[in-house]
Design a protein around this ligand. Structure first.
Ligand SMILES: *Cc1c(COP(=O)(O)O)cnc(C)c1O
Length: 499
Protein backbone atom coordinates (compact mmCIF):
# COMPACT_ATOMS: atom_id res chain seq x y z
CA UNK A 1 0.00 0.00 0.00
CA UNK A 2 1.17 3.53 -0.70
CA UNK A 3 -0.22 6.99 -0.06
CA UNK A 4 -1.53 9.48 -2.60
CA UNK A 5 -2.46 13.13 -2.24
CA UNK A 6 -6.10 14.22 -2.48
CA UNK A 7 -4.89 16.79 -5.00
CA UNK A 8 -2.53 14.51 -6.93
CA UNK A 9 -3.53 10.89 -7.43
CA UNK A 10 -0.28 10.09 -9.21
CA UNK A 11 1.77 10.70 -6.08
CA UNK A 12 3.10 7.55 -4.41
CA UNK A 13 4.75 7.73 -1.01
CA UNK A 14 5.09 5.30 1.89
CA UNK A 15 3.09 5.75 5.07
CA UNK A 16 6.33 6.76 6.80
CA UNK A 17 6.75 9.64 4.35
CA UNK A 18 3.09 10.62 4.63
CA UNK A 19 3.38 10.75 8.42
CA UNK A 20 6.73 12.56 8.38
CA UNK A 21 5.51 15.26 5.99
CA UNK A 22 2.05 15.69 7.52
CA UNK A 23 0.58 17.46 4.50
CA UNK A 24 1.37 16.98 0.82
CA UNK A 25 3.41 19.69 -0.91
CA UNK A 26 0.49 20.34 -3.29
CA UNK A 27 -1.70 21.35 -0.35
CA UNK A 28 -3.65 18.09 -0.46
CA UNK A 29 -3.96 15.49 2.27
CA UNK A 30 -2.26 12.10 2.20
CA UNK A 31 -4.64 9.21 1.77
CA UNK A 32 -4.06 5.45 1.48
CA UNK A 33 -4.31 4.11 -2.07
CA UNK A 34 -6.96 1.64 -0.96
CA UNK A 35 -8.99 0.81 2.13
CA UNK A 36 -7.70 -2.48 3.53
CA UNK A 37 -10.32 -5.05 4.52
CA UNK A 38 -10.85 -6.89 7.75
CA UNK A 39 -12.75 -10.16 7.39
CA UNK A 40 -15.43 -11.17 9.89
CA UNK A 41 -13.22 -14.03 11.08
CA UNK A 42 -10.34 -11.70 11.69
CA UNK A 43 -12.61 -9.19 13.41
CA UNK A 44 -13.94 -11.91 15.67
CA UNK A 45 -10.40 -12.96 16.56
CA UNK A 46 -9.84 -9.49 18.05
CA UNK A 47 -12.29 -10.33 20.83
CA UNK A 48 -9.60 -12.12 22.79
CA UNK A 49 -7.08 -9.31 22.37
CA UNK A 50 -6.34 -6.24 24.45
CA UNK A 51 -6.37 -2.72 23.00
CA UNK A 52 -2.69 -2.72 22.08
CA UNK A 53 -2.99 -6.00 20.20
CA UNK A 54 -6.06 -4.80 18.34
CA UNK A 55 -4.14 -1.65 17.43
CA UNK A 56 -1.29 -3.78 16.07
CA UNK A 57 -3.70 -5.54 13.72
CA UNK A 58 -5.28 -2.33 12.40
CA UNK A 59 -1.98 -0.45 12.02
CA UNK A 60 -0.49 -3.47 10.26
CA UNK A 61 -3.05 -3.00 7.49
CA UNK A 62 -2.40 0.70 6.95
CA UNK A 63 1.30 1.11 7.73
CA UNK A 64 2.52 -1.68 5.47
CA UNK A 65 6.05 -0.27 5.33
CA UNK A 66 6.39 -0.57 9.13
CA UNK A 67 7.63 -3.88 10.55
CA UNK A 68 5.44 -5.64 13.16
CA UNK A 69 8.19 -4.84 15.70
CA UNK A 70 8.06 -1.14 14.86
CA UNK A 71 4.30 -1.09 15.20
CA UNK A 72 4.40 -2.98 18.49
CA UNK A 73 7.04 -0.55 19.79
CA UNK A 74 4.70 2.37 19.05
CA UNK A 75 1.50 0.85 20.43
CA UNK A 76 3.08 -0.54 23.58
CA UNK A 77 4.55 2.82 24.53
CA UNK A 78 1.40 4.77 23.73
CA UNK A 79 -1.42 2.56 24.96
CA UNK A 80 -0.35 1.60 28.45
CA UNK A 81 -1.81 2.30 31.87
CA UNK A 82 1.08 4.68 32.41
CA UNK A 83 -0.69 7.09 30.06
CA UNK A 84 -4.33 6.10 30.39
CA UNK A 85 -6.44 5.87 33.52
CA UNK A 86 -8.17 2.72 32.30
CA UNK A 87 -6.86 -0.62 31.09
CA UNK A 88 -9.49 -0.58 28.37
CA UNK A 89 -7.76 2.57 26.97
CA UNK A 90 -11.06 3.46 25.27
CA UNK A 91 -13.76 2.77 27.85
CA UNK A 92 -17.07 1.38 26.65
CA UNK A 93 -19.96 2.28 28.95
CA UNK A 94 -23.67 1.74 28.80
CA UNK A 95 -25.87 4.79 28.45
CA UNK A 96 -29.36 3.39 27.95
CA UNK A 97 -30.96 0.53 26.07
CA UNK A 98 -30.15 1.53 22.53
CA UNK A 99 -26.86 3.29 23.14
CA UNK A 100 -23.36 2.69 24.40
CA UNK A 101 -20.99 5.52 25.07
CA UNK A 102 -17.35 5.18 24.08
CA UNK A 103 -15.28 7.30 26.47
CA UNK A 104 -12.22 8.40 24.56
CA UNK A 105 -10.90 10.73 27.24
CA UNK A 106 -9.04 8.66 29.78
CA UNK A 107 -5.66 9.80 28.50
CA UNK A 108 -3.33 12.44 30.01
CA UNK A 109 -5.21 15.53 28.76
CA UNK A 110 -8.76 14.24 29.23
CA UNK A 111 -9.86 14.60 25.61
CA UNK A 112 -10.12 12.14 22.74
CA UNK A 113 -7.14 13.73 21.00
CA UNK A 114 -4.92 11.68 23.33
CA UNK A 115 -5.98 8.51 21.52
CA UNK A 116 -3.96 9.66 18.52
CA UNK A 117 -1.48 12.08 20.02
CA UNK A 118 -0.06 9.63 22.53
CA UNK A 119 1.07 7.46 19.63
CA UNK A 120 1.86 10.07 16.97
CA UNK A 121 5.33 10.99 18.35
CA UNK A 122 6.30 7.31 18.17
CA UNK A 123 4.89 6.91 14.67
CA UNK A 124 6.60 10.10 13.58
CA UNK A 125 10.05 9.46 15.04
CA UNK A 126 9.92 5.88 13.71
CA UNK A 127 8.96 7.24 10.27
CA UNK A 128 11.86 9.71 10.29
CA UNK A 129 14.29 6.98 11.27
CA UNK A 130 12.97 4.70 8.52
CA UNK A 131 13.48 7.48 5.99
CA UNK A 132 17.02 8.20 7.17
CA UNK A 133 15.99 11.77 7.93
CA UNK A 134 18.49 13.65 10.07
CA UNK A 135 16.68 17.00 10.32
CA UNK A 136 15.09 18.05 13.57
CA UNK A 137 11.34 18.08 13.24
CA UNK A 138 9.27 21.11 14.19
CA UNK A 139 5.65 20.37 14.98
CA UNK A 140 3.33 23.27 14.26
CA UNK A 141 -0.15 22.98 15.72
CA UNK A 142 -3.34 24.99 15.36
CA UNK A 143 -5.76 24.11 18.11
CA UNK A 144 -9.32 24.81 19.11
CA UNK A 145 -8.26 23.78 22.60
CA UNK A 146 -7.81 20.04 22.93
CA UNK A 147 -5.34 19.16 20.19
CA UNK A 148 -2.79 21.64 21.45
CA UNK A 149 -2.56 20.23 24.92
CA UNK A 150 -2.66 16.65 23.72
CA UNK A 151 0.12 17.33 21.20
CA UNK A 152 2.21 19.12 23.84
CA UNK A 153 1.87 16.17 26.20
CA UNK A 154 2.69 13.72 23.42
CA UNK A 155 5.77 15.56 22.18
CA UNK A 156 7.19 17.13 25.32
CA UNK A 157 10.88 16.31 25.62
CA UNK A 158 10.80 13.87 22.69
CA UNK A 159 14.39 14.03 21.37
CA UNK A 160 14.99 15.87 18.08
CA UNK A 161 11.55 17.47 18.08
CA UNK A 162 10.21 20.93 18.86
CA UNK A 163 6.55 21.80 19.16
CA UNK A 164 4.71 25.13 18.76
CA UNK A 165 1.04 25.52 19.50
CA UNK A 166 -1.31 28.35 18.45
CA UNK A 167 -4.76 28.73 19.95
CA UNK A 168 -7.53 31.37 19.53
CA UNK A 169 -7.20 33.76 22.46
CA UNK A 170 -10.95 33.86 23.15
CA UNK A 171 -11.80 30.42 21.84
CA UNK A 172 -10.82 27.99 24.57
CA UNK A 173 -12.06 27.18 28.07
CA UNK A 174 -10.28 28.41 31.20
CA UNK A 175 -9.12 24.90 31.95
CA UNK A 176 -7.84 24.39 28.41
CA UNK A 177 -5.94 27.66 28.57
CA UNK A 178 -4.41 26.73 31.90
CA UNK A 179 -3.46 23.28 30.64
CA UNK A 180 -1.50 24.84 27.81
CA UNK A 181 -0.08 27.85 29.64
CA UNK A 182 1.48 25.61 32.28
CA UNK A 183 2.91 23.09 29.83
CA UNK A 184 6.21 21.58 30.88
CA UNK A 185 9.03 20.46 28.61
CA UNK A 186 12.15 22.00 27.11
CA UNK A 187 11.00 21.81 23.48
CA UNK A 188 7.57 23.47 23.74
CA UNK A 189 6.13 26.89 22.81
CA UNK A 190 2.53 28.02 23.31
CA UNK A 191 1.08 31.23 21.85
CA UNK A 192 -2.41 32.76 21.70
CA UNK A 193 -3.68 34.35 18.49
CA UNK A 194 -6.05 37.28 18.06
CA UNK A 195 -8.49 35.41 15.84
CA UNK A 196 -10.55 32.23 15.77
CA UNK A 197 -9.56 28.61 15.19
CA UNK A 198 -9.80 28.91 11.42
CA UNK A 199 -7.30 31.79 11.54
CA UNK A 200 -4.93 29.58 13.50
CA UNK A 201 -5.41 26.68 11.10
CA UNK A 202 -5.02 28.82 7.98
CA UNK A 203 -1.91 30.45 9.40
CA UNK A 204 -0.30 27.12 10.15
CA UNK A 205 -1.22 25.71 6.73
CA UNK A 206 0.25 28.76 5.04
CA UNK A 207 3.55 28.60 6.89
CA UNK A 208 3.66 24.90 6.22
CA UNK A 209 3.31 25.12 2.45
CA UNK A 210 5.48 28.25 1.99
CA UNK A 211 8.53 27.20 -0.06
CA UNK A 212 10.59 30.12 1.19
CA UNK A 213 10.02 29.23 4.85
CA UNK A 214 10.73 25.60 4.09
CA UNK A 215 14.10 26.47 2.56
CA UNK A 216 15.10 28.63 5.50
CA UNK A 217 14.20 25.82 7.82
CA UNK A 218 16.12 23.23 5.84
CA UNK A 219 19.19 25.47 5.90
CA UNK A 220 18.92 25.42 9.68
CA UNK A 221 18.68 21.61 9.69
CA UNK A 222 14.98 21.55 10.50
CA UNK A 223 11.73 20.47 8.89
CA UNK A 224 8.07 20.97 9.66
CA UNK A 225 5.60 18.30 10.43
CA UNK A 226 2.03 18.41 11.57
CA UNK A 227 0.23 16.99 14.55
CA UNK A 228 -3.11 18.31 13.33
CA UNK A 229 -5.74 15.84 12.23
CA UNK A 230 -4.68 16.37 8.63
CA UNK A 231 -1.71 14.09 9.44
CA UNK A 232 -2.50 10.48 8.57
CA UNK A 233 -0.69 9.52 11.77
CA UNK A 234 -3.64 11.10 13.60
CA UNK A 235 -6.30 9.38 11.52
CA UNK A 236 -5.03 5.81 11.67
CA UNK A 237 -5.07 5.56 15.50
CA UNK A 238 -8.68 6.74 15.49
CA UNK A 239 -9.75 3.89 13.25
CA UNK A 240 -8.49 1.50 15.91
CA UNK A 241 -11.00 2.48 18.56
CA UNK A 242 -14.00 2.01 16.29
CA UNK A 243 -12.81 -1.46 15.35
CA UNK A 244 -12.08 -2.21 19.00
CA UNK A 245 -15.39 -0.79 20.26
CA UNK A 246 -17.38 -2.94 17.87
CA UNK A 247 -15.60 -6.05 19.07
CA UNK A 248 -16.03 -4.96 22.68
CA UNK A 249 -19.78 -4.46 22.24
CA UNK A 250 -20.04 -8.01 20.92
CA UNK A 251 -17.85 -9.37 23.68
CA UNK A 252 -20.03 -7.78 26.34
CA UNK A 253 -23.24 -9.02 24.75
CA UNK A 254 -24.47 -5.53 23.86
CA UNK A 255 -24.83 -6.85 20.32
CA UNK A 256 -24.56 -10.22 18.66
CA UNK A 257 -21.35 -10.42 16.66
CA UNK A 258 -22.23 -9.48 13.08
CA UNK A 259 -25.03 -7.04 14.03
CA UNK A 260 -24.88 -3.60 12.43
CA UNK A 261 -24.36 -0.60 14.72
CA UNK A 262 -24.75 3.13 14.11
CA UNK A 263 -22.12 5.59 15.25
CA UNK A 264 -22.62 9.17 16.46
CA UNK A 265 -19.69 11.56 16.55
CA UNK A 266 -19.51 15.15 17.84
CA UNK A 267 -17.71 16.69 14.93
CA UNK A 268 -15.40 19.60 14.20
CA UNK A 269 -12.57 19.00 11.77
CA UNK A 270 -14.20 15.75 10.57
CA UNK A 271 -11.28 13.57 11.67
CA UNK A 272 -13.01 11.44 14.26
CA UNK A 273 -16.04 10.61 12.11
CA UNK A 274 -13.84 9.97 9.08
CA UNK A 275 -12.05 7.30 11.10
CA UNK A 276 -15.44 5.65 11.72
CA UNK A 277 -16.09 5.78 7.97
CA UNK A 278 -12.79 4.00 7.37
CA UNK A 279 -13.69 1.33 9.94
CA UNK A 280 -17.00 0.84 8.16
CA UNK A 281 -15.33 0.48 4.79
CA UNK A 282 -12.78 -1.95 6.17
CA UNK A 283 -15.72 -4.22 6.88
CA UNK A 284 -16.77 -3.42 10.44
CA UNK A 285 -20.59 -3.70 10.47
CA UNK A 286 -21.43 -0.01 10.82
CA UNK A 287 -24.63 1.45 9.36
CA UNK A 288 -25.27 5.15 9.69
CA UNK A 289 -22.61 7.66 10.63
CA UNK A 290 -24.35 10.44 12.48
CA UNK A 291 -22.43 13.70 12.28
CA UNK A 292 -23.32 15.96 15.21
CA UNK A 293 -22.52 19.68 15.11
CA UNK A 294 -23.11 22.62 17.39
CA UNK A 295 -24.62 25.84 16.04
CA UNK A 296 -21.65 26.21 13.68
CA UNK A 297 -23.58 23.73 11.56
CA UNK A 298 -21.74 23.96 8.26
CA UNK A 299 -21.58 20.15 8.08
CA UNK A 300 -25.27 19.60 8.81
CA UNK A 301 -26.10 21.95 5.94
CA UNK A 302 -23.56 20.30 3.67
CA UNK A 303 -24.92 16.81 4.23
CA UNK A 304 -28.45 18.08 3.63
CA UNK A 305 -27.82 20.27 0.57
CA UNK A 306 -24.51 19.27 -1.00
CA UNK A 307 -23.30 22.86 -0.69
CA UNK A 308 -20.45 23.58 1.66
CA UNK A 309 -20.63 27.22 2.62
CA UNK A 310 -18.36 28.78 5.19
CA UNK A 311 -19.65 32.29 4.55
CA UNK A 312 -21.60 32.62 7.72
CA UNK A 313 -21.34 34.00 11.19
CA UNK A 314 -18.93 32.17 13.47
CA UNK A 315 -20.24 31.44 16.96
CA UNK A 316 -18.19 30.78 20.08
CA UNK A 317 -20.12 28.02 21.85
CA UNK A 318 -19.87 25.95 25.02
CA UNK A 319 -18.46 23.12 22.87
CA UNK A 320 -15.45 25.10 21.60
CA UNK A 321 -13.57 22.15 20.10
CA UNK A 322 -16.33 21.97 17.50
CA UNK A 323 -16.33 25.68 16.65
CA UNK A 324 -14.98 25.16 13.17
CA UNK A 325 -16.15 26.39 9.78
CA UNK A 326 -13.55 24.59 7.67
CA UNK A 327 -13.54 20.88 8.35
CA UNK A 328 -10.25 19.84 6.79
CA UNK A 329 -10.75 16.11 6.77
CA UNK A 330 -13.85 16.41 4.62
CA UNK A 331 -11.40 16.65 1.74
CA UNK A 332 -10.42 13.04 2.29
CA UNK A 333 -14.04 11.89 2.33
CA UNK A 334 -14.81 13.76 -0.89
CA UNK A 335 -11.75 12.27 -2.53
CA UNK A 336 -13.10 8.82 -1.68
CA UNK A 337 -16.64 9.68 -2.79
CA UNK A 338 -15.38 10.92 -6.17
CA UNK A 339 -13.33 7.74 -6.62
CA UNK A 340 -10.11 9.68 -6.38
CA UNK A 341 -10.89 12.57 -8.74
CA UNK A 342 -8.00 14.86 -7.81
CA UNK A 343 -8.98 17.52 -10.41
CA UNK A 344 -12.44 17.75 -8.91
CA UNK A 345 -10.99 18.09 -5.40
CA UNK A 346 -8.66 20.85 -6.59
CA UNK A 347 -11.61 22.70 -8.08
CA UNK A 348 -13.83 22.44 -5.00
CA UNK A 349 -11.14 23.30 -2.50
CA UNK A 350 -9.86 26.06 -4.72
CA UNK A 351 -13.36 27.49 -4.63
CA UNK A 352 -13.50 27.05 -0.89
CA UNK A 353 -10.45 29.24 -0.48
CA UNK A 354 -11.48 31.90 -3.04
CA UNK A 355 -15.28 32.01 -2.63
CA UNK A 356 -15.72 30.22 0.68
CA UNK A 357 -18.05 27.66 -0.83
CA UNK A 358 -18.54 24.84 -3.30
CA UNK A 359 -21.29 22.47 -4.35
CA UNK A 360 -20.72 18.76 -4.97
CA UNK A 361 -22.40 16.80 -7.77
CA UNK A 362 -25.76 15.06 -7.26
CA UNK A 363 -23.95 11.74 -7.43
CA UNK A 364 -21.56 12.63 -4.64
CA UNK A 365 -24.37 14.09 -2.56
CA UNK A 366 -26.32 10.84 -2.92
CA UNK A 367 -23.30 8.80 -1.80
CA UNK A 368 -22.78 11.14 1.12
CA UNK A 369 -26.38 10.84 2.25
CA UNK A 370 -26.31 7.06 1.98
CA UNK A 371 -23.83 6.80 4.85
CA UNK A 372 -24.06 10.09 6.72
CA UNK A 373 -26.81 11.79 8.67
CA UNK A 374 -26.24 15.33 9.91
CA UNK A 375 -27.75 17.08 12.90
CA UNK A 376 -27.01 19.99 15.18
CA UNK A 377 -28.06 21.64 18.40
CA UNK A 378 -27.49 25.00 20.05
CA UNK A 379 -25.98 25.75 23.47
CA UNK A 380 -29.33 25.82 25.26
CA UNK A 381 -30.17 22.33 23.96
CA UNK A 382 -26.68 21.11 24.78
CA UNK A 383 -27.04 22.23 28.38
CA UNK A 384 -30.54 20.85 28.70
CA UNK A 385 -29.24 17.51 27.46
CA UNK A 386 -26.48 17.49 30.09
CA UNK A 387 -29.07 18.31 32.74
CA UNK A 388 -31.60 15.68 31.64
CA UNK A 389 -29.00 12.97 31.13
CA UNK A 390 -27.59 13.54 34.59
CA UNK A 391 -31.06 13.35 36.12
CA UNK A 392 -32.31 10.38 34.16
CA UNK A 393 -29.23 8.18 33.78
CA UNK A 394 -26.79 9.65 36.34
CA UNK A 395 -24.29 9.99 33.54
CA UNK A 396 -22.34 13.24 33.30
CA UNK A 397 -21.65 14.35 29.72
CA UNK A 398 -19.25 17.07 28.74
CA UNK A 399 -20.56 19.75 26.38
CA UNK A 400 -19.29 18.06 23.19
CA UNK A 401 -20.61 14.63 24.04
CA UNK A 402 -23.94 16.24 24.90
CA UNK A 403 -24.22 17.59 21.36
CA UNK A 404 -23.84 14.03 20.08
CA UNK A 405 -26.39 12.72 22.55
CA UNK A 406 -28.93 15.38 21.60
CA UNK A 407 -28.46 14.85 17.87
CA UNK A 408 -28.84 11.12 18.42
CA UNK A 409 -32.05 11.55 20.44
CA UNK A 410 -33.44 13.77 17.67
CA UNK A 411 -32.50 11.14 15.10
CA UNK A 412 -34.16 8.42 17.18
CA UNK A 413 -37.34 10.43 17.48
CA UNK A 414 -37.45 11.22 13.79
CA UNK A 415 -36.60 7.78 12.41
CA UNK A 416 -37.40 5.34 15.21
CA UNK A 417 -34.23 3.54 14.06
CA UNK A 418 -33.55 1.23 16.99
CA UNK A 419 -30.19 0.04 15.68
CA UNK A 420 -27.76 -0.27 18.56
CA UNK A 421 -25.69 2.89 18.60
CA UNK A 422 -22.22 3.86 19.70
CA UNK A 423 -21.86 7.47 20.82
CA UNK A 424 -18.34 8.84 20.84
CA UNK A 425 -17.66 10.78 24.04
CA UNK A 426 -14.81 13.14 23.35
CA UNK A 427 -13.95 14.94 26.58
CA UNK A 428 -14.06 14.56 30.33
CA UNK A 429 -16.77 16.76 31.86
CA UNK A 430 -14.04 18.22 34.09
CA UNK A 431 -12.48 19.92 31.12
CA UNK A 432 -15.58 22.05 30.81
CA UNK A 433 -16.63 22.16 34.46
CA UNK A 434 -18.20 25.62 34.36
CA UNK A 435 -20.58 24.83 31.51
CA UNK A 436 -21.39 21.36 32.80
CA UNK A 437 -22.17 22.66 36.29
CA UNK A 438 -24.24 25.48 34.86
CA UNK A 439 -26.21 22.92 32.88
CA UNK A 440 -26.83 20.67 35.85
CA UNK A 441 -27.59 23.37 38.41
CA UNK A 442 -29.27 25.90 36.18
CA UNK A 443 -27.01 28.83 37.08
CA UNK A 444 -23.55 30.02 36.27
CA UNK A 445 -21.14 29.87 39.20
CA UNK A 446 -18.58 32.61 39.82
CA UNK A 447 -16.22 30.28 41.66
CA UNK A 448 -12.74 29.70 40.24
CA UNK A 449 -12.13 26.65 38.09
CA UNK A 450 -10.76 24.52 40.91
CA UNK A 451 -13.70 25.16 43.19
CA UNK A 452 -15.88 24.25 40.25
CA UNK A 453 -13.97 21.03 39.71
CA UNK A 454 -14.42 20.14 43.38
CA UNK A 455 -18.09 20.98 43.17
CA UNK A 456 -18.57 18.93 40.01
CA UNK A 457 -16.94 16.00 41.77
CA UNK A 458 -19.64 16.21 44.46
CA UNK A 459 -22.45 16.50 41.96
CA UNK A 460 -21.27 13.83 39.51
CA UNK A 461 -19.52 11.38 41.80
CA UNK A 462 -16.82 11.00 39.13
CA UNK A 463 -13.20 10.95 40.28
CA UNK A 464 -11.22 14.05 39.24
CA UNK A 465 -8.53 13.08 36.69
CA UNK A 466 -5.11 13.34 38.33
CA UNK A 467 -3.64 15.44 35.52
CA UNK A 468 -6.29 18.16 35.98
CA UNK A 469 -5.96 18.13 39.75
CA UNK A 470 -2.20 18.60 39.41
CA UNK A 471 -2.53 21.75 37.26
CA UNK A 472 -3.44 23.84 40.25
CA UNK A 473 0.10 24.05 41.51
CA UNK A 474 1.88 24.51 38.21
CA UNK A 475 3.30 27.92 37.27
CA UNK A 476 2.18 29.71 34.08
CA UNK A 477 4.99 29.56 31.51
CA UNK A 478 3.31 31.01 28.41
CA UNK A 479 1.18 34.13 28.12
CA UNK A 480 2.02 35.69 24.74
CA UNK A 481 -0.76 36.90 22.43
CA UNK A 482 0.00 37.88 18.82
CA UNK A 483 -1.82 39.20 15.73
CA UNK A 484 -2.57 36.58 13.10
CA UNK A 485 -0.40 38.37 10.54
CA UNK A 486 2.59 37.96 12.84
CA UNK A 487 2.57 34.17 12.93
CA UNK A 488 5.27 33.50 10.38
CA UNK A 489 7.78 35.90 11.92
CA UNK A 490 6.97 34.57 15.33
CA UNK A 491 7.67 31.00 14.28
CA UNK A 492 10.95 31.84 12.56
CA UNK A 493 12.07 33.92 15.51
CA UNK A 494 11.35 31.21 18.02
CA UNK A 495 13.33 28.79 15.89
CA UNK A 496 16.24 31.20 15.92
CA UNK A 497 15.95 31.80 12.15
CA UNK A 498 16.20 35.55 11.92
CA UNK A 499 17.20 35.93 8.31
C1 LIG B 1 -11.40 17.79 18.58
C2 LIG B 1 -12.65 17.55 19.31
C3 LIG B 1 -13.85 17.28 18.63
C4 LIG B 1 -13.94 17.30 17.12
O1 LIG B 1 -13.28 16.21 16.53
P1 LIG B 1 -12.89 16.25 14.99
O2 LIG B 1 -12.08 15.04 14.76
O3 LIG B 1 -12.12 17.51 14.78
O4 LIG B 1 -14.17 16.25 14.22
C5 LIG B 1 -14.97 17.01 19.39
N1 LIG B 1 -14.93 17.05 20.74
C6 LIG B 1 -13.80 17.29 21.42
C7 LIG B 1 -13.83 17.33 22.90
C8 LIG B 1 -12.63 17.56 20.73
O5 LIG B 1 -11.51 17.80 21.41
Amino acid sequence: MYYKSTRDSSLQVTSATAIAQGISADGGLFIPSEIPKISMEELQSLMEMNYQERANVVFGKFLTDFTPEEIAYCTSHAYSVKNFETEQIAELTKAFDEANILELWHGPTCAFKDMALQILPYLLTTSLKKNGEDKKVVILVATSGDTGKAALEGFKDVPDTEIMVFYPEQGVSTMQKRQMATQEGGNVTVCALKGNFDDCQNGVKKIFTDKNVKEKLAAAGKMFSSANSINWGRLAPQIVYYVSAYVEMAKRGEITFGDVINVVVPTGNFGNILAAYYAKNMGVPIGKLICASNINKVLTDFIETGTYDRNREFYATCSPSMDILISSNLERLLYLLTDGDDKQIQEWFGKLSTEGKYTVTEEVKAKLQKDFVGGFCDDAETKKTIHDFQEKYHYTCDTHTAVAVKVYLDYLEKTNDKTKTLIASTASPYKFSASVLEAIEGKRSEADEYEQVAHLAEVSGLPVPQSLADLKNKPVRFSEVIEKEAMEDYVLNKLGITE
